[in-house]
Design a protein around this ligand. Sequence first.
Ligand SMILES: [Zn+2]
Length: 308
Amino acid sequence: MPAAWKTGLIEVAPKVFAYVQATGETGISNSGLIVGDDTATAVDALMVPSMTRRFVAAIRTATRKPVGRLINTHHHLDHTGGNRFFRAATIVSHERCREVLAAGFPPLPLLRRFMPRFAKEFPQLRVVLPSLTFEDRLTIHDGQREIQLWHPGAPAHTVGDAAVFLPTERVLFAGDLAFHYVTPLAFQGDVGNWIKAVTRLLRFDADVIVPGHGPIGTKADLKKLRNYLALVRREARQRFDAGMPAEEAARDIKLGVYASWREAERILPNVLRCYQEFRNELDRPLDVPAMLDGMERLRGDRADHACL
Ligand SMILES: [Zn+2]
């Protein structure tokens, strides 16, 4: 578990960059930049204006070419909130990503409660929808470079996930299908399918994996993420079968090394979604305020333990 990691715009292959934000906690995601012959492609737009402005300023240190294309890896606010800063770009996403984004961002009071440190900037958010969508695969031929978009075929982290793969450079922008050293959050996901999606991502011929949250890594880091999800699902299943309530299960599961990953209390929504999966109720949204209450209780418990 690294205490800190390299942040900012980092060149991971010739003219291919990851933009990494510190901590990787809720709302603090990574993005990417692929500089082509005539135009540049951004991968995700970050969340609040102060973040996206810093990202755009970093892009300007790397290239003068216009950002003609923006890929949204999924609909979550921390990846699409900054879409409006890319006015000249064609925004590309999975069709379900666009569909869910079209319903708008969550209401302000909920956002403020979920991510209080960004509360001031939330009123400035505007939804800007993708104008080009795909279903399973899309290959963009950008000069000599191929930019491949891949959807896992079923809901995983969200209903409309997309990974961006550069086969020549062997770089994979995994969006939130990958979290490195930050606890993954499945509150709108399907943990069973997410594990399968990661197994398939691990077959990509990639040397560099840029996760949605946390430091740039490799397949070794992505395997740790898969192991976390598998551990939580396996342990949740045992407790579900034994009739244990979800919050008790979340408290009872021993996370081992994963207890040191950031935002470990996300075990609760992850277990809640596993329970919904076992009941065949994944189409029902989680009660987010109740989930946040439960996460606060878990955080409190953990802080008490740390004091003892
Ligand atoms: Zn995210």
